[in-house]
Design a protein around this ligand. Structure first.
Ligand SMILES: NC(=O)c1ccc[n+]([C@@H]2O[C@H](COP(=O)([O-])OP(=O)(O)OC[C@H]3O[C@@H](n4cnc5c(N)ncnc54)[C@H](O)[C@@H]3O)[C@@H](O)[C@H]2O)c1
Ligand SMILES: [Zn+2]
Ligand SMILES: [Zn+2]
Length: 349
C-alpha cells in the first residue's frame, strides 16, 4: 500500500509499505477513505517530537471503512464507516477510567507517533471498540475528518480548560485549524468577545467569518498593547495558546486579566519563559492538555444537528498519490491560503 513515511527531521516520502494486519484480538484494520495533515505533523518534521522514529507512517486523523476486526472486537464489523480518534484508548486502565484517554497506559497518542498512522491506504487501530466511532449513514465524511483531532483539541484543551463562559472575553493566539476550531466551539458558550491573534492576514479574515469579534495582526510586535487596548486595559479572561512557540506562550502571559486562565494547546519543542514576576499576584490558572477526545460523541452530535460547520475548515483536496504536494500546500499555508487539506484514498480496493 501507499504510505507517507517520516525519514527523519525535514524528510518525508511517499513509499510502498505492506498492508497492516491484526496483531491483537482488540485490533481493527481500517481502509482509509479520507485523512488529513495536522500542525503536529509539521512539528514532527521539524524534529520537535522525538518519540517519532524514522520510518514511521505519519497521520493521526481520518475516516474509513472497517476491513477486518480481531476476535475481541464487538462494537464494529467489516464494512462499518468509522471516525478514527487521534487518541487510542483501552477503556480499562486507571487513566481511561477517569476520562484521561490521552494517558491511556497502552494507548494515548500513539497513531503516527509510536505506531504507524493514518496517512496510508490502510491502518491498524488498537483497542478498536473504544477508539473508533460509528459515522451515521446519511452524513458525509468530511466533517468527521475534522473531528479526529482538531475539534476535540480546540474544545477540550482550549474552551473547556480555559473555562470559556457566557460574557467572557477570550483571546485565541494562532488562527490555524486548531485556533479556528477553538473559535467555533467557544461560541457554544456565548462569550462577549473573541479576539484572534495571528501573523497571517488571510487566516484573520477567515476568523472574522467564523465569528471572531476582533482580530489582531501580531507581525507589528505590538500584540500585547493591541489586546490591552481592546479590553480597556484589563486583559482577557481566557488566553488560549494555539501556536506552540515561546513567543506566543509569553504573549498569553501578558494579556491575561487578573483571575483569568491561560490554556495552552500548542505542542512546544522548546522551553518558554514563565513570567512569575508578573503572574504571581494575578490569581491566574495555567492549564496544559493533550487532547483526550472524550468529547468526540458530543461533537459528533453538534455536526449531526448542523450546529458545528466543521467541514468549512477544508480548503484543498488531494489524492493519496499527491500527498507530498498536500504537505507542501499545508506547510506553506500562508501562500496557499490553506486551512485543512483532505487526502482521499479512492483506489484502495
Ligand atoms: N495539545 C494537543 O493535544 C494538540 C493537538 C493537536 C495540535 N496541537 C498543536 O496546536 C498547535 C496549532 O495547530 P495548527 O494545526 O492550527 O497549526 P498551524 O501551524 O496550522 O497554525 C499555527 C498558526 O499560528 C500562527 N503563528 C505563528 N507564529 C505566530 C506568532 N508569533 N504570533 C501569532 N500567530 C503565529 C500561524 O500563522 C498559524 O496560523 C500546534 O502547535 C499543534 O501541534 C496540540
Ligand atoms: Zn493533530
Ligand atoms: Zn487505557
Amino acid at each position: 500500500m501507499k504510505a507517507l513515511v517520516y525519514r527523519g527531521p525535514g524528510r518525508r516520502e511517499l513509499a510502498e509499505r505492506p498492508r497492516p494486519t491484526i496483531q491483537y484480538p482488540t485490533d481493527a484494520v481500517v481502509r482509509i477513505v479520507k485523512t488529513t495533515i495536522c500542525g503536529t505533523d509539521l512539528h514532527i518534521l521539524k524534529g520537535d517530537v522525538p518519540t517519532v522514529a524514522p520510518e514511521r507512517i505519519l497521520g493521526h486523523e481520518g475516516v474509513g471503512v472497517v476491513e477486518e476486526t480481531g476476535e475481541a472486537v464487538t462494537a464494529f464489523k467489516s464494512g462499518d464507516r468509522v471516525l478514527i480518534s487521534c487518541i487510542s484508548s483501552c477503556g480499562k486502565c486507571v487513566n481511561c477510567r477517569r476520562g484521561m484517554y490521552s494517558h491511556c497506559a497502552q494507548g494515548g497518542w500513539i497513531l503516527g507517533n509510536t505506531i504507524d498512522g493514518t496517512q496510508a491506504e490502510y491502518v491498524r487501530i488498537p483497542f478498536a471498540d473504544t477508539s473508533l466511532y460509528q459515522i451515521p449513514d446519511a452524513l458525509p465524511d468530511d466533517p468527521f475528518v475534522m473531528l479526529s483531532d482538531i475539534f476535540p483539541t480546540g474544545y477540550e484543551c482550549g474552551v473547556l480548560n480555559g473555562k470559556v463562559a457566557p460574557g467572557s472575553t477570550v483571546a485565541i493566539v494562532g488562527a490555524g485549524p486548531i485556533g479556528l476550531a477553538t473559535l467555533l466551539t467557544a461560541q457554544f458558550y456565548s462569550p462577549a468577545e473573541i479576539i484572534l491573534v495571528d501573523l497571517d492576514e488571510n487566516r484573520l479574515k477567515v476568523a472574522k467569518q467564523f465569528g471572531a469579534t476582533r482580530v489582531v495582526n501580531s507581525s507589528s510586535g505590538k500584540a500585547v498593547e493591541a489586546v490591552l487596548q481592546l479590553t480597556g486595559g484589563r486583559g482577557v479572561d481566557v488566553a488560549i495558546e494555539a501556536v506552540g512557540i515561546p513567543a506566543t506562550f509569553e504573549l498569553c502571559q501578558f494579556i491575561v486579566a487578573a483571575g483569568g486562565v491561560i490554556a495552552n494547546i500548542g505542542v512546544h519543542g522548546k522551553s518558554a519563559e514563565l513570567h512569575l514576576e508578573r503572574l504571581w499576584a494575578q490569581n491566574i490558572t495555567l492549564t496544559t492538555r493533550l487532547v483526550d477526545t472524550v468529547t468526540t460523541p458530543l461533537l459528533m452530535k453538534t455536526v449531526e444537528s448542523g450546529r458545528l460547520p466543521a467541514a468549512q475548515l477544508i480548503t484543498h483536496r488531494f489524492q493519496i498519490d499527491d500527498i507530498m504536494k498536500a504537505y507542501d500546500t499545508f506547510a506553506e499555508a500562508s501562500k496557499n491560503r490553506t486551512l485543512k487539506v483532505i487526502i482521499e484514498n479512492s483506489g484502495g480496493r
